[in-house]
Structures are given as C-alpha cells and as structure tokens.
Design a protein around this ligand. Structure first.
Ligand SMILES: [Ca+2]
Ligand SMILES: [Ca+2]
Ligand SMILES: [Ca+2]
Ligand SMILES: [Ca+2]
Length: 157
C-alpha cells in the first residue's frame, strides 16, 4: 500500500543525493578552467597627434582683415580699418537729421578686405508722405501736404 509513496521518497532522496554529490566534480572542473587572467591590454592610448601648433612655418599671404597675421610680419591686421565681421552704426545722409523724424542710422559690416559694406537699415530723408510721420526729417509732420498738421505751431509763435 505504501510502497508507491515509499518508492517515490526513495527516488527523491536518491535523486537529491545524486544531485548533491554531482556538483563536486562538475563544479570542480568548471572552477578550475575558469581562467581569470584579465587582459592587461589597451591602456596605453594614443599619445600622438599634438599637431603642429603653427607659427613655425608662416606662409606669407596677403593680409586679410581676419584677426590673423596673414603676411607673417607679426602684426595682425595692420592697415585694416576694420576686421571681418565688425559692425558699426552708419548713416550716409546729413548727420544733423539723425534722430529727427524717421531718419535713423543703420548698420554696416566690415569684410575681409577691411572695407565697410553698405549701410543697411538706415532711414534717409525722403519726400514727405501723408502718413502722420516726418518722412523728410524736418521736425514737421506731413507738412506741405493737403492735410497739414499744425505741428509747427509751437515754433511759430
Ligand atoms: Ca589678418
Ligand atoms: Ca601682418
Ligand atoms: Ca509724413
Ligand atoms: Ca517733414
């Protein structure tokens, strides 16, 4: 009656013991072969490539207004009124009109030849238009137009 159960136990125990015993050799062989010789490799990285810092062999070229000494005379951008990328305010009209009405300065940019470019964004006096603005920069708005605005009255007393 109990024999099946007892047999099962026996098998279980046998199996367990067998399993328990087995690792002795199996694990042993594994452990032995485990070579942990970690590679010593690759720490000496490239020390190379400290490339030429320049200055040794200066190849003279035409001086450009670029912030470098192109012609190798130890003077940077000599004779350059301005350097590439510089900007400055500009106004090609009558400076007395600057700030009056719509007249306002613009900005120009220097190029590599040390030349200031066109003045961009400036507002020169133009013919008066009937737009409520002082287009010709004479402090009078829309003067000499049909619908004159009595702005001048202040100075006309
Ligand atoms: Ca230069
Ligand atoms: Ca130079
Ligand atoms: Ca106007
Ligand atoms: Ca005006």
């Amino acid at each position: 009656m109990r024999s099946p159960l007892a047999l099962a136990w026996a098998i279980t125990l046998l199996t367990l013991s067998g399993v328990a015993a087995a690792p002795g050799c199996a694990a042993g062989s594994d452990t032995i072969s485990g070579s942990t010789s970690s590679g010593t490799g690759g720490s000496a990285g490239g020390a190379g490539g400290a490339g030429g810092v320049g200055g040794e062999a200066c190849v003279p070229e035409d001086e450009l207004c670029d912030g470098f000494d192109n012609d190798c005379d130890d003077e940077i951008d000599e004779d350059c009124p301005c350097i590439d990328g510089d900007t400055q305010p500009c106004y090609s009209g009558d400076s007395n009109l600057l700030g009056i009405g719509l007249c306002a300065e613009g900005e120009q940019t220097c190029d590599q030849t040390g030349t200031w470019g066109d003045c961009e964004g400036q507002h020169l006096p133009v013919d008066e238009e009937c737009d409520g603005l002082d287009n010709d920069c004479d402090e009078a708005v829309d003067e000499e137009l049909d619908e004159e605005v009595p702005v001048v009255s202040a100075s006309a007393r």
